[in-house]
Write a protein that binds this ligand. Structure first.
Ligand SMILES: [Zn+2]
Length: 149
């Protein structure tokens, strides 16, 4: 079976959700936008487990993850609880697709369940209601913020 994240990585910048490339990973706007700005970083090559990477690559990959988080927080400077930048959840799960990828999920002030991970939300709530033009505009803002970090 072909790995869906290898396919996504191969499409790269032609994917409408593509935001930017780091050295190790490609950054996409997540299909789920129940938390606006949710990004997914996909390792460019197929590796199943984080600990299969050399420690230097683990560190470099996480630096790319943190850079994406910084960009998300820059795009949403006042959306967090208390009016500041949002908290970010970092998740490298691999339960459904065994290809290293990181979910970088902003938790905004309107979060219905801020003390728990998002995965218990109904699918419709995870997906959110962001339409195509709003997604494209957010991708442009995130790309600009990534370029500035
Ligand atoms: Zn893969």
């Amino acid at each position: 079976m072909i790995c869906p994240l290898c396919e996504k990585s191969a499409v790269g910048a032609s994917d409408p959700n593509w935001i930017a490339d780091g050295e190790l990973a490609r950054v996409f706007l997540g299909d789920n936008q129940g938390c606006a700005g949710w990004c997914v970083l996909v390792l460019k090559r197929h590796v199943l487990h984080l600990d299969d990477l050399a420690i230097e690559e683990q560190a470099a990959l996480f630096a790319e993850v943190a850079r994406a988080a910084r960009a998300i927080r820059a795009v949403f400077p006042t959306s967090g609880a208390g009016g500041g930048r949002p908290r970010i959840n970092y998740e490298c799960l691999g339960n459904q697709v065994g290809h290293i990828h990181w979910h970088v999920i902003p938790r905004h002030a309107d979060d219905p369940d801020p003390r728990n991970a998002v995965w218990g939300w109904p699918a419709e709530k995870l997906k959110g209601a962001m339409d195509g033009p709003a997604r494209a505009e957010l991708i442009a803002r995130l790309r600009k913020a990534l370029d500035a970090t």
